[in-house]
Design a protein around this ligand. Structure first.
Ligand code: FES
Length: 79
């Protein structure tokens, strides 16, 4: 089974800009969809890129201004 690492920036700016919501969305999506991939979900520290946050990193690729629509697309591409 392919394995992916998803890191969610838990710095205060990304958190306030939507990563709390994004984290909840991710957890529910992984729980409710039968993904044929293994996902390691971890928190990340602020990487000083706050102005275009919230940030999510998938296999070390950075995504800016992440919201639920973007997240859903990212997750569907992993399937
Ligand atoms: S809080 Fe996420 S990059 Fe700074």
């Amino acid at each position: 089974m392919p394995k992916h690492d998803i890191k969610v920036c838990m710095g205060s700016s990304c958190f306030a800009r939507g990563n709390l919501n994004n984290l909840n969305f991710l957890e529910n999506y992984i729980k409710n969809n039968n993904l044929n991939v293994e996902i390691d979900l971890i928190g990340a520290h602020c990487e000083n890129q706050c102005e275009n946050g919230p940030h999510i990193y998938v296999d070390n690729r950075a995504y800016d201004e992440v919201d639920e629509t973007k997240l859903q697309k990212i997750l569907e591409d992993l399937k």
